[in-house]
Design a protein around this ligand. Structure first.
Ligand code: ZN
Ligand code: ZN
Length: 428
């Protein structure tokens, strides 16, 4: 029976890049510690949702933790809110927000130059002071980390069945919020979408007049003169990770979304010093704390956002450097196997440094020690094709983890009133 350290390097997978000699960042990086785990473990490739489908981080994480993103995703907005410590109640929806830059009518930067929280939070305060209630709905804008935020909309019969205004690309105008074609209550969805569109128009006016933006422009920085919203979410009511998989779990992460997914699944959130959710995050601190708390927990989830940020910013050499830095700090974990800890390392999806977008390419995954040693000596997208795990889907990961940790219940055995995949009774 093993305990588990489960590491997700966000947006880890990539495509071959000319500047890297047509290697992927993982292939180009010098990463002796990770490759050592690969050579003594078992690797493969994950299709986070299904082949060819580029996932959002929320859906991919849910799938990896064994929750079907098609039917069990409360919505990105409410997960981000939870990660920020805000529980979404009844008659309330929450969106993920990006502070972004418009020039004329088109978006030229989806992250407003990655505006710092210090300024983005002032902008959110100004918006909240000017705009509160529209058409019977209350609006509240909250800045979380840098350009990211949450928009909370509450009021009787507010509907999550509305579209995003974030088109996910630059060079086009923001989208209109629309009711979903198959909304279960079309009137509520339409009323919600109309109020949101009115709100967003007013937000634009407030942001354009803000001194914060005037100052940014004077400094040659892109103003945060619009907000883009996506991922309408509602109160989460997911079965806990412990009930579903029998693991007492903890999460070490900097970004609100990842803490939010963990919180929605009932994992304990362990805040460690230096975990920022940015490229400057203290990886050493994260791994050090993980090595310590895995004595109290069965499952420690570590999330590192830096690799995804470098990819969105189309900086392949930075991605290589970050992978090398992570590899260096991972040495702390190398002795855990002798203490009965299984290490799983993967990415939640591929993010291309060429396009700056999430792609539907599969991501390498590593199990150490991996039940069977497959003879693959390197951990990258191409070497993984020859790995013993083959091609799997995100939802396959947790059963594989249970099996590799010697916790899987034999199929068909009924030791509890509800079907369970893990052994109910064991001696720790
Ligand atoms: Zn991600
Ligand atoms: Zn991303």
């Amino acid at each position: 029976m093993k305990r588990v350290v489960f590491i997700i390097l966000d947006g880890l997978g990539d495509r071959p890049i000319a500047d890297l000699g047509y290697k992927t960042p993982l292939q180009a990086a010098f990463k002796p510690n990770i490759d050592k785990l690969a050579s003594k473990g078992m690797i493969g490739l994950v299709h986070p949702i299904s082949p060819g489908v580029p996932p959002g981080s929320d859906s991919a994480h849910l799938a990896y933790f064994g929750y079907d993103p098609n039917t069990e995703n409360p919505g990105r907005g409410s997960l981000e809110a939870l990660g920020y410590g805000i529980k979404i109640g009844d008659d309330t929806i929450a969106f993920r927000v990006n502070f972004a830059t418009l020039s004329g009518d088109v978006i030229i930067d989806r992250r407003a130059g990655r505006i710092e929280s210090e300024y983005a939070s002032q902008l959110a305060d100004e918006v909240n002071r000017e705009i509160g209630r529209i058409d019977g709905f209350d609006f509240k804008l909250i800045n979380t980390l840098d350009h990211r935020g949450i928009l909370i909309v509450s009021g009787l019969n507010v509907s999550r069945e509305v579209t995003d205004t974030d088109p996910h690309i630059i060079g086009v105008p923001p989208l209109k919020c629309m009711p979903l074609e198959k909304a279960s209550n079309p009137d509520n969805a339409k009323r919600t979408a109309n109020a949101i569109n009115r709100y967003l128009r007013r937000v634009r006016d407030v942001l354009c007049k803000s001194e914060v933006n005037k100052q940014r422009m004077a400094e040659g920085k892109p103003p945060a003169n619009v907000i883009l919203i996506r991922g309408a979410g509602v109160k989460s009511s997911l079965e806990s990770f412990n009930d579903r998989w029998g693991f007492k779990a903890a999460c070490i992460a900097g970004g609100p979304l990842y803490k939010g997914v963990a919180a929605a699944l009932g994992m304990d959130i362990v805040n460690v010093p230096g975990a920022t959710g940015r490229v400057d995050s203290d990886f050493n601190s994260k791994f050090r704390y993980a090595a310590r708390i895995v004595r109290e927990y069965d499952f420690v989830f570590i999330h590192i956002k830096a690799t995804d940020i470098a990819s969105h910013d189309r900086k392949p050499s930075l991605k290589v450097k970050l992978i090398e830095k992570i590899d260096h700090e991972m040495e702390i974990l190398s002795n855990l196997s002798s203490e009965g800890v299984l290490i799983v390392l993967t990415g939640d999806h591929s993010t291309s440094c060429i396009t700056g977008m999430h792609t539907g390419d599969p991501v390498p995954i590593l199990f150490y020690d991996g039940v069977r040693i497959d003879g693959v000596k390197r951990f990258d997208e191409i070497s993984a094709v020859a790995g013993g795990l083959g091609f799997i889907r995100g939802l396959n990961i947790m059963p594989l983890v249970l099996n590799a940790a010697d916790r899987a219940e034999e199929f068909g055995i009924k030791t509890s009133s509800k079907p369970r995949m893990y052994r109910m009774h064991y001696n720790r």
